[in-house]
Design a protein around this ligand. Structure first.
Ligand SMILES: NC(=O)c1ccc[n+]([C@@H]2O[C@H](COP(=O)([O-])OP(=O)(O)OC[C@H]3O[C@@H](n4cnc5c(N)ncnc54)[C@H](OP(=O)(O)O)[C@@H]3O)[C@@H](O)[C@H]2O)c1
Length: 355
């Protein structure tokens, strides 16, 4: 909620920001957060104040409320990884950014579930417009493009399998791998999502609810899969590893099947070292924050691809959810639960407020 005009003859007590505050450490997002109102103050000399228009929802939001990473767990703390909005004010030492510029904010301190947020200049990336699609390029777009290129080292003609391929991260990965000339196998849970994946160029969609993953891979890909983008964990990880081709690369990106429970599911694979050695295979972990040096290069390309319509970013504002679209801070809980239920298609986005 924002009442009045910023600092122009208005008492500071009239300027209120609504945001989410984590007040309990738990993976149950609804129980973890409270909606709170705080006074809106001018940015400090080295800060930028962003009026937040869209916030991106991420699978890992529940890991953050569980204090598994990104926070020391000292309550209360803020949450939300990605914001897209307009620069409202800049501190007097900030010369790199201008008021009125559309920008995205992404940093290692979560704070995006708020109507206004303060950021350091290096966390604020100018974008051409307030097109909400740009928010899909941050955590999701950067992770999957940097991951497939730098860690997966995908090559033309290789078989690339993407888990959660119709989700925020996966559907960008499908298009990136197709652009590189790969044969793309996408895993998903519904015929509706399978339809989208076909539109995006996926060569073989496996609906793991109606088809047996192990049987499909055994029958249709007897020589294995070259690159596996693994975000599920547990039994899915084990099954996929069984089908990794000689010289194949399996990228460990997440373990969503365990997020609401004990966290990343532990996997025991007998004779792992011997298998990797004998088949020249690679198992690699990937955490986006370790690749920040590559963000400018990849974001430039991704933004350009969206502007030129080479990349389609599918947004899920909750338009098909039972209680309707995600509008306002109050709706963030529903957005997070929508993603965690697996019902989302594409990137889940909250419209925080009008520009
Ligand atoms: N390492 C990193 O730096 C990094 C960065 C970004 C994302 N990630 C990881 O990438 C994955 C996707 O993240 P995202 O934010 O883009 O989410 P998302 O893919 O938009 O949503 C999650 C999707 O996972 C699938 N899923 C499969 N098993 C599930 C389960 N047990 N519970 C809930 N969903 C399940 C669902 O799709 P189907 O119904 O189609 O299976 C669901 O739509 C997550 O594992 C996340 O942690 C990691």
């Amino acid at each position: 909620m924002y009442i009045g005009v910023l600092w122009d003859g208005i008492e500071k007590c009239c300027l209120i920001v609504t945001k989410l505050s984590v007040t309990k450490i738990t993976t149950n997002f609804r129980e973890a957060v409270n909606v709170v109102d705080v006074p809106l103050t001018p940015p400090s000399d080295d800060q930028i104040l962003l009026k937040n228009i869209y916030a991106g929802v991420n699978a890992t939001d529940v890991n953050i409320t569980a204090a598994r990473y990104f926070t020391d767990g000292k309550l209360p703390f803020d949450c939300g990884l990605e914001a897209l909005g307009v620069i409202e004010a800049v501190g007097k030492n900030v010369t790199t950014h201008k008021v009125g510029q559309p920008a995205i904010v992404f940093g290692t301190v979560p704070k995006a579930y708020a109507e206004y947020l303060y950021a350091k200049p290096d966390e604020v990336i100018p974008i051409p417009s307030l097109k909400p699609e740009f928010i899909g390029l941050l955590v999701c777009g950067l992770t999957v493009t940097i991951g497939l290129d730098e860690v997966g080292r995908i090559k033309k003609g290789e078989k690339v399998l993407i888990t959660a391929s119709a989700g925020g991260t996966g559907h960008i990965g499908v298009q990136w791998a197709k652009q590189k000339g790969a044969y793309v196998i996408g895993m998903t849970s519904s015929d509706e999502k399978a339809k989208l994946l076909k539109e995006l160029g996926t060569d073989r969609v496996i609906n793991y609810k109606t088809e047996n993953l192990d049987e499909v891979l055994t029958k249709e890909f007897p020589n294995g899969v070259d690159v596996i983008w693994e975000t599920i964990g547990g039994e899915v990880f084990k099954t996929l590893f069984k089908h990794l081709a000689p010289k194949g690369r399996l990228i460990i990106v997440g373990g969503i099947s365990g997020y609401k429970g004990d966290g990343f599911p532990d996997v025991q694979i007998p004779h792992l070292n011997t298998t990797l050695l004998m088949k020249n295979q690679t198992l690699s972990g990937l955490l986006l924050t370790g690749y920040s040096d590559l963000f400018p290069k990849y974001l430039k390309q991704l933004v350009g691809d969206v502007v030129s319509n080479k990349l389609r970013v599918v947004l899920d504002f909750g338009q098909k959810s039972s209680e309707g679209e995600f509008n306002g801070i109050d709706s963030v809980v529903r957005g997070v639960e929508h993603l965690q239920s697996g019902r989302n298609t594409g990137k889940v986005v909250i419209k925080i407020q009008n520009p």
